[in-house]
Design a protein around this ligand. Structure first.
Ligand code: B12
Length: 470
Protein backbone atom coordinates (compact mmCIF):
# COMPACT_ATOMS: atom_id res chain seq x y z
CA UNK A 1 0.00 0.00 0.00
CA UNK A 2 1.23 3.49 -0.81
CA UNK A 3 2.55 5.20 2.31
CA UNK A 4 2.18 8.82 3.31
CA UNK A 5 4.03 10.50 6.13
CA UNK A 6 2.70 13.81 7.47
CA UNK A 7 5.16 15.92 9.45
CA UNK A 8 4.30 18.69 11.89
CA UNK A 9 7.19 21.15 11.63
CA UNK A 10 5.85 23.49 14.31
CA UNK A 11 8.13 23.52 17.35
CA UNK A 12 6.87 26.74 18.98
CA UNK A 13 5.82 26.05 22.56
CA UNK A 14 4.63 29.59 23.34
CA UNK A 15 2.10 30.65 24.47
CA UNK A 16 1.58 26.87 24.63
CA UNK A 17 2.09 23.99 22.22
CA UNK A 18 -0.78 23.72 19.74
CA UNK A 19 -1.68 20.30 18.35
CA UNK A 20 -1.51 19.76 14.56
CA UNK A 21 -5.27 19.79 13.98
CA UNK A 22 -4.98 20.20 10.19
CA UNK A 23 -2.66 17.20 9.80
CA UNK A 24 -4.97 15.02 11.89
CA UNK A 25 -7.92 16.01 9.70
CA UNK A 26 -5.93 15.27 6.55
CA UNK A 27 -4.96 11.87 7.94
CA UNK A 28 -8.63 11.06 8.47
CA UNK A 29 -9.25 11.60 4.75
CA UNK A 30 -6.13 9.85 3.50
CA UNK A 31 -6.21 6.71 5.58
CA UNK A 32 -9.16 5.27 3.68
CA UNK A 33 -6.92 4.56 0.73
CA UNK A 34 -3.37 4.89 1.99
CA UNK A 35 -1.19 3.94 4.92
CA UNK A 36 -0.71 7.15 6.87
CA UNK A 37 1.61 8.11 9.70
CA UNK A 38 2.09 11.44 11.49
CA UNK A 39 5.42 12.59 12.90
CA UNK A 40 4.91 15.32 15.48
CA UNK A 41 7.96 17.59 15.42
CA UNK A 42 6.62 19.58 18.37
CA UNK A 43 7.88 16.89 20.72
CA UNK A 44 10.24 15.07 18.38
CA UNK A 45 13.59 15.97 16.85
CA UNK A 46 15.55 15.53 13.62
CA UNK A 47 17.05 12.21 14.70
CA UNK A 48 13.60 10.86 15.56
CA UNK A 49 12.22 11.99 12.21
CA UNK A 50 15.09 10.45 10.25
CA UNK A 51 14.63 7.17 12.08
CA UNK A 52 10.89 7.27 11.45
CA UNK A 53 11.40 7.92 7.72
CA UNK A 54 13.89 5.06 7.42
CA UNK A 55 11.53 2.67 9.16
CA UNK A 56 8.24 3.73 7.60
CA UNK A 57 9.73 4.28 4.11
CA UNK A 58 7.01 6.65 2.85
CA UNK A 59 6.28 7.30 -0.83
CA UNK A 60 5.07 10.83 -0.10
CA UNK A 61 5.97 13.17 2.73
CA UNK A 62 3.73 16.10 3.55
CA UNK A 63 5.27 18.85 5.63
CA UNK A 64 2.88 21.16 7.40
CA UNK A 65 4.19 24.71 7.67
CA UNK A 66 2.16 26.69 10.19
CA UNK A 67 4.29 29.47 11.63
CA UNK A 68 6.49 31.71 9.50
CA UNK A 69 7.37 34.28 12.11
CA UNK A 70 6.13 35.51 15.46
CA UNK A 71 4.43 38.56 13.87
CA UNK A 72 5.71 40.71 16.73
CA UNK A 73 7.69 43.78 15.68
CA UNK A 74 9.61 44.05 18.94
CA UNK A 75 10.21 40.35 19.38
CA UNK A 76 10.58 38.90 15.88
CA UNK A 77 11.24 35.17 15.62
CA UNK A 78 11.64 33.65 12.16
CA UNK A 79 10.86 29.94 11.99
CA UNK A 80 11.48 28.99 8.36
CA UNK A 81 15.28 28.46 8.43
CA UNK A 82 14.99 26.08 11.37
CA UNK A 83 12.12 24.08 9.96
CA UNK A 84 14.03 23.54 6.72
CA UNK A 85 17.23 22.64 8.57
CA UNK A 86 15.57 20.40 11.15
CA UNK A 87 12.91 18.68 9.11
CA UNK A 88 12.91 19.12 5.33
CA UNK A 89 16.61 18.97 4.41
CA UNK A 90 17.52 15.93 6.55
CA UNK A 91 14.61 14.02 5.06
CA UNK A 92 15.58 14.98 1.49
CA UNK A 93 19.03 13.54 2.15
CA UNK A 94 17.77 10.07 3.07
CA UNK A 95 14.54 9.68 1.12
CA UNK A 96 13.43 9.89 -2.50
CA UNK A 97 9.79 10.37 -1.46
CA UNK A 98 7.89 13.17 -3.16
CA UNK A 99 7.72 16.18 -0.89
CA UNK A 100 4.44 18.08 -0.56
CA UNK A 101 4.05 21.28 1.43
CA UNK A 102 0.94 22.82 2.94
CA UNK A 103 -0.37 24.62 6.02
CA UNK A 104 -1.53 28.10 6.92
CA UNK A 105 1.91 29.73 6.92
CA UNK A 106 2.81 28.01 3.66
CA UNK A 107 -0.43 29.25 2.09
CA UNK A 108 0.60 32.88 2.65
CA UNK A 109 4.04 32.54 1.04
CA UNK A 110 3.58 29.47 -1.15
CA UNK A 111 5.67 30.53 -4.17
CA UNK A 112 8.70 31.62 -2.20
CA UNK A 113 8.60 28.60 0.11
CA UNK A 114 8.47 26.23 -2.86
CA UNK A 115 11.66 27.80 -4.14
CA UNK A 116 13.51 27.91 -0.83
CA UNK A 117 12.67 24.33 0.10
CA UNK A 118 12.88 22.69 -3.33
CA UNK A 119 9.65 20.81 -2.57
CA UNK A 120 7.92 18.85 -5.35
CA UNK A 121 4.37 20.04 -4.70
CA UNK A 122 2.59 22.61 -2.60
CA UNK A 123 -1.08 23.02 -1.78
CA UNK A 124 -2.51 26.38 -0.77
CA UNK A 125 -5.33 26.41 1.80
CA UNK A 126 -7.41 23.53 3.07
CA UNK A 127 -6.43 20.17 1.66
CA UNK A 128 -9.00 17.54 2.61
CA UNK A 129 -10.01 17.25 -1.06
CA UNK A 130 -6.85 18.41 -2.78
CA UNK A 131 -4.19 16.31 -1.03
CA UNK A 132 -5.91 12.96 -1.68
CA UNK A 133 -6.73 14.28 -5.17
CA UNK A 134 -3.09 15.06 -5.87
CA UNK A 135 -1.81 11.75 -4.54
CA UNK A 136 -4.47 9.80 -6.45
CA UNK A 137 -3.41 11.54 -9.66
CA UNK A 138 0.29 10.91 -9.03
CA UNK A 139 -0.44 7.28 -8.24
CA UNK A 140 -2.21 6.98 -11.58
CA UNK A 141 1.02 8.20 -13.13
CA UNK A 142 -0.36 11.55 -14.21
CA UNK A 143 1.99 14.47 -14.46
CA UNK A 144 0.16 17.38 -12.95
CA UNK A 145 0.73 21.06 -13.55
CA UNK A 146 0.51 24.13 -11.37
CA UNK A 147 -2.94 25.65 -11.08
CA UNK A 148 -4.97 27.61 -8.61
CA UNK A 149 -4.00 26.39 -5.12
CA UNK A 150 -1.60 23.74 -6.46
CA UNK A 151 2.07 24.43 -7.07
CA UNK A 152 4.42 22.07 -8.86
CA UNK A 153 8.20 22.39 -8.60
CA UNK A 154 9.50 24.76 -11.27
CA UNK A 155 10.50 22.96 -14.44
CA UNK A 156 8.66 19.73 -13.61
CA UNK A 157 5.19 20.84 -14.65
CA UNK A 158 3.22 18.15 -16.45
CA UNK A 159 0.15 18.49 -18.65
CA UNK A 160 -2.63 17.41 -16.30
CA UNK A 161 -4.75 20.15 -14.83
CA UNK A 162 -6.22 18.95 -11.55
CA UNK A 163 -9.64 20.23 -10.65
CA UNK A 164 -8.94 20.12 -6.97
CA UNK A 165 -8.96 23.80 -6.29
CA UNK A 166 -12.50 24.37 -5.13
CA UNK A 167 -12.84 25.17 -1.46
CA UNK A 168 -14.91 22.40 0.00
CA UNK A 169 -17.20 22.53 2.99
CA UNK A 170 -15.85 20.72 5.98
CA UNK A 171 -17.46 17.32 5.82
CA UNK A 172 -18.12 15.72 9.16
CA UNK A 173 -14.97 13.79 9.80
CA UNK A 174 -13.43 14.22 13.23
CA UNK A 175 -9.74 14.89 13.73
CA UNK A 176 -9.40 12.47 16.68
CA UNK A 177 -6.14 14.21 17.48
CA UNK A 178 -5.36 12.05 20.51
CA UNK A 179 -5.65 8.88 18.42
CA UNK A 180 -3.21 10.13 15.82
CA UNK A 181 -0.48 11.69 17.93
CA UNK A 182 0.64 11.55 21.55
CA UNK A 183 -1.72 14.14 23.01
CA UNK A 184 -0.50 13.93 26.62
CA UNK A 185 1.96 16.89 26.49
CA UNK A 186 -0.76 19.01 24.86
CA UNK A 187 -3.30 17.95 27.46
CA UNK A 188 -0.98 19.15 30.18
CA UNK A 189 -0.28 22.63 28.83
CA UNK A 190 -2.51 23.27 25.85
CA UNK A 191 -5.95 22.47 24.56
CA UNK A 192 -7.86 20.18 22.23
CA UNK A 193 -8.43 22.21 19.06
CA UNK A 194 -11.90 22.35 17.53
CA UNK A 195 -12.84 24.19 14.36
CA UNK A 196 -16.48 25.18 13.93
CA UNK A 197 -16.28 26.89 10.57
CA UNK A 198 -13.96 27.98 7.81
CA UNK A 199 -13.56 31.28 6.05
CA UNK A 200 -13.89 34.85 7.20
CA UNK A 201 -15.96 37.50 5.52
CA UNK A 202 -14.54 40.39 7.52
CA UNK A 203 -12.19 42.89 5.97
CA UNK A 204 -9.49 43.64 8.56
CA UNK A 205 -6.86 45.20 6.36
CA UNK A 206 -3.83 43.28 7.64
CA UNK A 207 -5.38 39.86 8.04
CA UNK A 208 -4.43 36.65 6.26
CA UNK A 209 -7.44 34.57 7.24
CA UNK A 210 -9.47 35.26 4.10
CA UNK A 211 -6.35 34.44 2.06
CA UNK A 212 -5.92 31.11 3.87
CA UNK A 213 -9.51 30.04 4.40
CA UNK A 214 -11.59 31.97 1.86
CA UNK A 215 -13.90 34.91 2.25
CA UNK A 216 -17.19 33.35 3.19
CA UNK A 217 -18.16 31.61 6.40
CA UNK A 218 -18.80 27.90 5.90
CA UNK A 219 -20.18 26.53 9.12
CA UNK A 220 -20.14 23.01 10.51
CA UNK A 221 -23.21 21.38 11.93
CA UNK A 222 -23.49 22.34 15.65
CA UNK A 223 -24.61 18.82 16.59
CA UNK A 224 -21.51 17.33 14.96
CA UNK A 225 -19.29 19.82 16.79
CA UNK A 226 -20.84 18.87 20.14
CA UNK A 227 -20.54 15.20 19.20
CA UNK A 228 -16.84 15.66 18.43
CA UNK A 229 -16.32 17.34 21.82
CA UNK A 230 -18.30 14.64 23.62
CA UNK A 231 -16.30 11.83 22.02
CA UNK A 232 -12.97 13.53 22.79
CA UNK A 233 -14.14 14.05 26.38
CA UNK A 234 -14.98 10.38 26.75
CA UNK A 235 -11.48 9.47 25.60
CA UNK A 236 -9.53 12.18 27.43
CA UNK A 237 -11.48 13.09 30.55
CA UNK A 238 -11.00 16.63 31.79
CA UNK A 239 -9.40 18.58 28.99
CA UNK A 240 -9.60 22.18 27.81
CA UNK A 241 -11.22 22.63 24.38
CA UNK A 242 -10.25 25.61 22.28
CA UNK A 243 -12.14 26.92 19.27
CA UNK A 244 -9.70 27.88 16.54
CA UNK A 245 -12.03 29.87 14.27
CA UNK A 246 -11.15 33.32 13.01
CA UNK A 247 -14.02 34.61 15.15
CA UNK A 248 -16.14 32.29 17.25
CA UNK A 249 -19.44 34.16 17.17
CA UNK A 250 -19.80 34.57 13.41
CA UNK A 251 -21.99 34.23 11.47
CA UNK A 252 -24.75 35.40 13.83
CA UNK A 253 -26.42 32.58 15.69
CA UNK A 254 -23.86 29.83 15.02
CA UNK A 255 -22.03 30.13 18.35
CA UNK A 256 -25.36 30.14 20.20
CA UNK A 257 -26.40 26.95 18.41
CA UNK A 258 -23.12 25.23 19.34
CA UNK A 259 -23.48 26.25 23.00
CA UNK A 260 -27.07 25.00 23.07
CA UNK A 261 -25.97 21.58 21.75
CA UNK A 262 -23.26 21.34 24.41
CA UNK A 263 -25.76 22.31 27.12
CA UNK A 264 -28.38 19.88 25.80
CA UNK A 265 -25.88 17.02 26.03
CA UNK A 266 -24.99 18.07 29.59
CA UNK A 267 -21.28 17.99 28.76
CA UNK A 268 -19.07 19.01 31.66
CA UNK A 269 -16.38 20.78 29.67
CA UNK A 270 -13.93 23.65 29.90
CA UNK A 271 -14.00 25.82 26.81
CA UNK A 272 -12.04 28.76 25.55
CA UNK A 273 -11.93 30.68 22.33
CA UNK A 274 -10.00 33.37 20.58
CA UNK A 275 -11.70 36.04 18.52
CA UNK A 276 -15.05 37.16 19.91
CA UNK A 277 -16.46 39.64 17.42
CA UNK A 278 -18.05 42.61 19.23
CA UNK A 279 -20.67 42.86 16.48
CA UNK A 280 -22.56 39.68 17.30
CA UNK A 281 -22.52 39.74 21.08
CA UNK A 282 -25.60 39.70 23.26
CA UNK A 283 -26.69 38.90 26.78
CA UNK A 284 -28.05 35.62 25.44
CA UNK A 285 -24.71 34.65 23.82
CA UNK A 286 -22.80 35.24 27.05
CA UNK A 287 -25.40 33.43 29.08
CA UNK A 288 -25.14 30.41 26.79
CA UNK A 289 -21.34 30.54 26.72
CA UNK A 290 -21.15 30.53 30.52
CA UNK A 291 -23.62 27.66 30.76
CA UNK A 292 -21.78 25.66 28.09
CA UNK A 293 -18.52 25.87 30.04
CA UNK A 294 -16.48 28.83 28.79
CA UNK A 295 -13.74 29.66 31.26
CA UNK A 296 -11.76 32.14 29.18
CA UNK A 297 -11.96 34.15 25.97
CA UNK A 298 -9.76 36.43 23.91
CA UNK A 299 -11.16 39.76 22.78
CA UNK A 300 -9.23 41.24 19.86
CA UNK A 301 -10.75 44.58 18.87
CA UNK A 302 -7.21 45.88 18.03
CA UNK A 303 -8.30 49.46 18.76
CA UNK A 304 -11.04 51.39 20.48
CA UNK A 305 -10.56 54.56 18.49
CA UNK A 306 -13.45 55.10 16.04
CA UNK A 307 -11.04 56.44 13.42
CA UNK A 308 -8.71 53.46 13.76
CA UNK A 309 -11.55 50.93 13.73
CA UNK A 310 -12.52 52.38 10.36
CA UNK A 311 -8.95 52.52 9.09
CA UNK A 312 -8.25 48.91 10.12
CA UNK A 313 -11.47 47.78 8.42
CA UNK A 314 -12.73 46.14 11.60
CA UNK A 315 -16.38 46.38 10.63
CA UNK A 316 -17.61 47.06 14.18
CA UNK A 317 -18.01 50.24 16.18
CA UNK A 318 -16.86 51.59 19.53
CA UNK A 319 -20.35 51.23 21.09
CA UNK A 320 -20.28 47.56 20.07
CA UNK A 321 -16.93 47.05 21.83
CA UNK A 322 -18.29 48.88 24.87
CA UNK A 323 -21.30 46.59 24.90
CA UNK A 324 -19.05 43.52 24.69
CA UNK A 325 -16.86 44.83 27.53
CA UNK A 326 -19.95 45.40 29.69
CA UNK A 327 -21.10 41.82 29.05
CA UNK A 328 -17.65 40.44 29.86
CA UNK A 329 -17.72 42.30 33.18
CA UNK A 330 -21.30 41.36 33.95
CA UNK A 331 -20.61 37.65 33.45
CA UNK A 332 -17.07 37.96 34.86
CA UNK A 333 -15.73 35.88 31.99
CA UNK A 334 -11.90 35.97 32.24
CA UNK A 335 -10.66 37.74 29.12
CA UNK A 336 -7.38 38.54 27.46
CA UNK A 337 -7.73 41.72 25.44
CA UNK A 338 -5.46 42.46 22.49
CA UNK A 339 -4.72 45.92 21.08
CA UNK A 340 -2.53 46.59 18.09
CA UNK A 341 -1.18 50.12 17.67
CA UNK A 342 0.44 51.84 14.71
CA UNK A 343 -1.98 51.11 11.87
CA UNK A 344 -2.62 53.65 9.10
CA UNK A 345 -3.65 56.95 10.72
CA UNK A 346 -2.64 56.08 14.29
CA UNK A 347 -1.59 59.18 16.22
CA UNK A 348 -1.44 60.33 19.84
CA UNK A 349 -5.13 61.16 19.88
CA UNK A 350 -6.28 57.77 18.55
CA UNK A 351 -3.87 56.02 20.93
CA UNK A 352 -5.35 57.91 23.88
CA UNK A 353 -8.89 57.04 22.76
CA UNK A 354 -8.02 53.36 23.11
CA UNK A 355 -6.37 53.89 26.49
CA UNK A 356 -9.45 55.77 27.64
CA UNK A 357 -11.57 52.77 26.68
CA UNK A 358 -9.24 50.42 28.57
CA UNK A 359 -9.53 52.56 31.69
CA UNK A 360 -13.28 52.95 31.55
CA UNK A 361 -14.48 49.56 30.34
CA UNK A 362 -12.02 46.73 30.92
CA UNK A 363 -12.22 44.70 34.10
CA UNK A 364 -8.89 45.37 35.91
CA UNK A 365 -8.71 41.64 36.71
CA UNK A 366 -8.35 41.00 32.97
CA UNK A 367 -5.21 41.23 30.90
CA UNK A 368 -4.60 43.86 28.24
CA UNK A 369 -1.89 42.96 25.76
CA UNK A 370 -0.49 45.84 23.72
CA UNK A 371 1.55 45.39 20.55
CA UNK A 372 2.62 47.74 17.81
CA UNK A 373 3.38 47.44 14.13
CA UNK A 374 1.25 45.51 11.65
CA UNK A 375 2.95 42.62 9.85
CA UNK A 376 2.59 43.27 6.12
CA UNK A 377 1.24 40.15 4.43
CA UNK A 378 0.92 39.54 0.70
CA UNK A 379 -2.61 39.67 -0.70
CA UNK A 380 -3.95 41.98 2.00
CA UNK A 381 -5.27 45.57 1.70
CA UNK A 382 -2.41 46.65 3.99
CA UNK A 383 0.08 45.48 1.38
CA UNK A 384 -1.49 47.98 -1.03
CA UNK A 385 -1.33 50.79 1.55
CA UNK A 386 2.32 49.95 2.26
CA UNK A 387 3.13 49.97 -1.46
CA UNK A 388 1.39 53.30 -1.93
CA UNK A 389 3.25 54.84 1.00
CA UNK A 390 6.47 53.21 -0.25
CA UNK A 391 6.97 51.32 3.00
CA UNK A 392 7.63 48.36 0.71
CA UNK A 393 8.73 48.24 -2.89
CA UNK A 394 6.99 46.39 -5.72
CA UNK A 395 8.32 42.82 -5.88
CA UNK A 396 9.98 43.02 -2.47
CA UNK A 397 9.87 39.78 -0.49
CA UNK A 398 7.43 39.97 2.41
CA UNK A 399 8.64 36.64 3.78
CA UNK A 400 12.01 37.65 5.17
CA UNK A 401 12.94 39.85 6.89
CA UNK A 402 9.49 40.27 8.48
CA UNK A 403 8.25 43.77 7.58
CA UNK A 404 5.89 45.81 9.74
CA UNK A 405 3.72 48.80 8.96
CA UNK A 406 3.87 51.81 11.29
CA UNK A 407 1.69 54.90 10.99
CA UNK A 408 3.29 57.96 9.44
CA UNK A 409 1.52 60.15 12.03
CA UNK A 410 3.48 59.06 15.09
CA UNK A 411 7.07 57.93 15.39
CA UNK A 412 7.78 54.36 16.40
CA UNK A 413 9.74 55.62 19.40
CA UNK A 414 6.94 57.87 20.59
CA UNK A 415 4.41 55.07 20.22
CA UNK A 416 6.63 52.77 22.20
CA UNK A 417 7.11 55.40 24.89
CA UNK A 418 3.35 55.86 25.22
CA UNK A 419 2.80 52.11 25.45
CA UNK A 420 5.45 51.85 28.16
CA UNK A 421 3.79 54.69 30.09
CA UNK A 422 0.45 52.90 29.96
CA UNK A 423 1.87 49.55 31.05
CA UNK A 424 3.98 51.01 33.85
CA UNK A 425 0.93 52.66 35.43
CA UNK A 426 -1.51 49.77 35.08
CA UNK A 427 -0.87 46.34 36.55
CA UNK A 428 -3.01 44.60 33.91
CA UNK A 429 -1.49 46.21 30.79
CA UNK A 430 1.39 44.27 29.25
CA UNK A 431 3.72 45.66 26.59
CA UNK A 432 4.48 43.05 23.94
CA UNK A 433 8.23 43.43 24.50
CA UNK A 434 7.81 42.23 28.06
CA UNK A 435 9.25 38.77 28.54
CA UNK A 436 7.19 35.90 29.86
CA UNK A 437 6.82 35.61 33.66
CA UNK A 438 9.97 34.44 35.46
CA UNK A 439 10.06 30.91 36.95
CA UNK A 440 10.01 32.54 40.42
CA UNK A 441 6.83 34.45 39.57
CA UNK A 442 5.24 31.28 38.20
CA UNK A 443 6.15 29.46 41.42
CA UNK A 444 4.67 32.23 43.51
CA UNK A 445 1.52 32.11 41.40
CA UNK A 446 1.20 28.35 41.92
CA UNK A 447 1.58 28.88 45.68
CA UNK A 448 -1.11 31.55 45.71
CA UNK A 449 -3.46 29.34 43.69
CA UNK A 450 -3.01 26.52 46.21
CA UNK A 451 -3.43 28.82 49.22
CA UNK A 452 -6.56 30.53 47.96
CA UNK A 453 -7.85 27.46 46.13
CA UNK A 454 -8.03 29.41 42.86
CA UNK A 455 -9.04 27.75 39.63
CA UNK A 456 -9.09 30.92 37.55
CA UNK A 457 -6.94 31.16 34.38
CA UNK A 458 -3.24 31.54 35.21
CA UNK A 459 -3.12 35.05 33.71
CA UNK A 460 -5.51 36.29 36.38
CA UNK A 461 -3.33 34.90 39.18
CA UNK A 462 -0.24 36.49 37.62
CA UNK A 463 -2.11 39.80 37.47
CA UNK A 464 -2.88 39.53 41.18
CA UNK A 465 0.88 39.31 41.82
CA UNK A 466 1.62 42.23 39.49
CA UNK A 467 -1.02 44.29 41.28
CA UNK A 468 0.60 43.56 44.62
CA UNK A 469 4.03 44.49 43.25
CA UNK A 470 2.90 47.86 41.76
C1 B12 B 1 -6.24 29.30 16.13
C2 B12 B 1 -4.92 29.98 15.86
C3 B12 B 1 -4.07 30.20 16.94
C4 B12 B 1 -4.40 29.75 18.37
C5 B12 B 1 -4.13 28.24 18.45
C6 B12 B 1 -5.05 27.54 19.41
C7 B12 B 1 -4.95 26.05 19.31
N1 B12 B 1 -5.25 25.42 20.41
O1 B12 B 1 -4.66 25.46 18.28
C8 B12 B 1 -3.40 30.61 19.20
C9 B12 B 1 -4.10 31.92 19.59
C10 B12 B 1 -2.85 29.97 20.47
C11 B12 B 1 -2.34 30.92 18.16
C12 B12 B 1 -1.04 31.24 18.47
C13 B12 B 1 -0.08 31.53 17.51
N2 B12 B 1 -0.29 31.78 16.20
CO1 B12 B 1 -1.95 31.36 15.31
N3 B12 B 1 -3.46 30.99 14.27
C14 B12 B 1 -4.58 30.38 14.54
C15 B12 B 1 -5.46 30.31 13.28
C16 B12 B 1 -6.58 31.35 13.40
C17 B12 B 1 -6.10 28.96 12.98
C18 B12 B 1 -5.18 27.75 12.99
C19 B12 B 1 -6.00 26.49 12.90
O2 B12 B 1 -6.08 25.74 13.85
N4 B12 B 1 -6.66 26.22 11.74
C20 B12 B 1 -7.53 25.10 11.53
C21 B12 B 1 -6.79 23.87 10.92
C22 B12 B 1 -7.78 22.79 10.57
O3 B12 B 1 -6.19 24.30 9.72
P1 B12 B 1 -4.66 24.05 9.38
O4 B12 B 1 -3.92 23.49 10.53
O5 B12 B 1 -4.13 25.26 8.75
O6 B12 B 1 -4.71 22.87 8.30
C23 B12 B 1 -5.36 22.94 7.06
C24 B12 B 1 -4.55 23.57 5.92
O7 B12 B 1 -3.61 24.53 6.34
C25 B12 B 1 -3.93 22.41 5.20
N5 B12 B 1 -2.67 21.84 5.71
C26 B12 B 1 -2.14 21.86 6.94
N6 B12 B 1 -1.00 21.13 6.97
C27 B12 B 1 -0.80 20.65 5.74
C28 B12 B 1 0.22 19.84 5.22
C29 B12 B 1 0.15 19.48 3.88
C30 B12 B 1 1.22 18.62 3.32
C31 B12 B 1 -0.91 19.94 3.06
C32 B12 B 1 -0.94 19.59 1.61
C33 B12 B 1 -1.91 20.76 3.57
C34 B12 B 1 -1.85 21.09 4.91
O8 B12 B 1 -4.94 21.43 5.32
C35 B12 B 1 -5.49 21.48 6.64
C36 B12 B 1 -6.90 20.98 6.63
O9 B12 B 1 -7.68 21.69 5.70
C37 B12 B 1 -4.43 30.69 12.16
C38 B12 B 1 -4.99 31.50 11.00
C39 B12 B 1 -5.71 30.62 10.02
N7 B12 B 1 -6.87 31.04 9.65
O10 B12 B 1 -5.21 29.59 9.62
C40 B12 B 1 -3.37 31.50 12.93
C41 B12 B 1 -1.93 31.41 12.47
C42 B12 B 1 -1.59 29.97 12.13
N8 B12 B 1 -1.17 31.79 13.65
C43 B12 B 1 -0.09 32.44 13.37
C44 B12 B 1 0.90 32.82 14.34
C45 B12 B 1 2.04 33.67 13.84
C46 B12 B 1 0.80 32.42 15.67
C47 B12 B 1 1.82 32.70 16.79
C48 B12 B 1 3.28 32.52 16.42
C49 B12 B 1 1.54 34.13 17.32
C50 B12 B 1 2.40 34.49 18.50
N9 B12 B 1 3.42 35.28 18.28
O11 B12 B 1 2.13 34.05 19.59
C51 B12 B 1 1.36 31.69 17.87
C52 B12 B 1 2.08 30.35 17.76
C53 B12 B 1 1.49 29.28 18.65
C54 B12 B 1 2.17 27.94 18.51
N10 B12 B 1 2.46 27.31 19.63
O12 B12 B 1 2.46 27.50 17.42
C55 B12 B 1 0.03 32.72 11.88
C56 B12 B 1 1.09 31.83 11.18
C57 B12 B 1 1.67 32.46 9.94
C58 B12 B 1 2.69 33.49 10.30
N11 B12 B 1 2.38 34.74 10.13
O13 B12 B 1 3.75 33.15 10.74
C59 B12 B 1 -1.44 32.45 11.39
C60 B12 B 1 -1.58 31.91 9.98
C61 B12 B 1 -2.20 33.80 11.53
C62 B12 B 1 -1.52 34.91 10.81
N12 B12 B 1 -1.09 35.92 11.50
O14 B12 B 1 -1.35 34.91 9.62
N13 B12 B 1 -2.84 30.79 16.89
Amino acid sequence: MTKILLVNTNTEKLPYPVPPLGLCLLASWLDERYEVSIYDGMFGDTAGLVEHVLQFAPDYIGFSIRNIDSTMSDNPVYYVDDLIAQFIRPVREISAAKIILGGSGFSIYAGELMEITGADYGIIGEAEASLPGLIDALERGEEVRSGRNLLVKAGTDGKKVLHITERMMIKERFSEIDRRIDFSPYKQRGAYAIQTKRGCSHGCIYCTYPVIEGRTFRTRNPAAIAEEIEQACERLGDVMFEFVDSTFNDPAGHAEAICREIIRRKLKVRLRTMGINPMNTSEELFHLMMEAGFVQIDATPDSASPAMLASLGKGFTLPEIEKMAALIRKFDLPTMWFFLFGGPGENERTFNETVDFIDRHINPADLVYMASGLRIYPGTPLEKVALKEQVILPGESLLYPPLFYFSKEISRDRLNEMMLDVSSLRHNCIHSAETKPSPEMMQEAQKLRAELNLNEPMFRTLLRLRKKAK
